[in-house]
Design a protein around this ligand. Sequence first.
Ligand code: NAD
Ligand code: UGA
Length: 438
Amino acid sequence: MKISVIGAGYVGLVTALGLAYKGHEVFCIDKNKNKINNLKNGKSTIYEKGVDNLLKMCLDKDKIKFTTKIEKGVKNSEMVFIAVGTPSMEDGNVDLSQINIVLNQISKYITQYKIIINKSTVPVGTQKEVKSLLLKNGVLKENFDVISNPEFLREGKAIKDFLKPDRIVIGYDSEKARRKMETLYSDFDTEIIYTTPETAELIKYASNAFLATKISFINEIANLCNIIGADVKTISYAMGLDQRISPEFLNAGIGFGGSCFPKDIKGLLKIGEKNGYDFEIVKSVLKVNEKQRIKPVNIILEHFTSIKDRVVSVLGLTFKPDTDDTREAPSLYIMNELLKRGALIKCYDPVMKNINRIIPGIVNCNSLYQALEDSICAIICTEWREFENINLKEVKKRMKKPFIIDGRNVLNLEVVRKSKIHYHSIGRDSYTINDKGC
Ligand code: NAD
Ligand code: UGA
């Protein structure tokens, strides 16, 4: 099939490459010239395992073309995927302006039958609004159908999630379009759920909100564990053995970040609000997360009367490992709180190296141990593999006070116990070397 994908971000690029890999002729379109030039030259624009190889393969086979010219792609395609950003507005509502701009741009090129497929995460009712806008722009009714086809990929596992998804969801209101979608996804080995556009749109929000609920739930259990001396990892493991619960998304820590969970939860709350429904659970999920992500700051403040002009190390900046993405990362909230209290921050991340573009005034170190020099406390914010094997002898040598707050529970408790460092984790044992703290 001839397909256009508009938006070459995380979702758009992976969708375009995935479909090109499956043998379709794909135009991948983005307004960002720099991005398109890099992609044309075989340079991935996202930090994502497997993208470089797939990009090279698809370019070599001439299955994918990158362009900034929307006209070129859309005129030549029978399917047009939209995968542009849908960020949160100040009040939590979803900003659909990028989608609307795309629709206004493509309307004049829809002169024969095309399926417009929405991959971006959008509020319930958007499929209908898309249809209305296209009709208002003069596109003939018989020349298009609109499908809702939400995406469930995770950063860090994007290619695998796209090519081998747990399910595919298709929201449709035209049999003709449904048949085309069946053909498109015929060689994907997974269950395909055909439903109404409204149901498809809500499946996406319900899925993200449910995963976030699991995280906030286990974080509350972890907080209780810290008070009563129980071990959250054992609890998660035991809970996860129950097939009705599943072990996934039960890792306690300093909460969820990323470009989607926080924004989509706010989006779902707004969908509820607009429809006269007050989502109590979802509201609490967000509230718990807002507290959880700055928990390390509260732990530090329990131990030091002042952190003004003292060095605090932040280990890991990205919202999770295997990505360079820091959007809504707990590390950002922690660093802002530390800066407010006058701390000097030294940070280290294996991949994200230009934090000063987001938060100025932080010392960016080239190695984990360099970031520990003269520090009174180190906070592990991301579970990068490198941190699991941290050399605690080196920690003691470098730090002014050997004090680690393990925000992702990555360190081995036995090793920590023997090392006699001051250690706090989220919902597991904590070790304080002396009664006076620091
Ligand atoms: P992104 O910001 O990485 O990419 C969006 C791209 O669209 C950008 O490259 C931008 O330049 C381009 N764009 C915007 N307007 C354009 C226009 N008029 N013409 C051409 N290009 C245009 O966003 P993303 O992370 O890929 O997310 C896209 C959507 O998918 C969002 O709704 C998001 O919620 C959803 N989603 C994201 C993920 C994820 O892991 N990132 C997973 C599932 C769903
Ligand atoms: C998430 C969903 O997992 C995807 O299915 C969805 O498509 C995507 O959002 C989206 O809509 O954009 P992603 O944000 O890439 O994917 O990352 P996750 O692996 O879900 O992690 C999100 C956050 O939750 C991270 O900060 C991570 O550290 C945290 N997390 C995750 C926990 O704190 N504990 C866990 O057990 C799992």
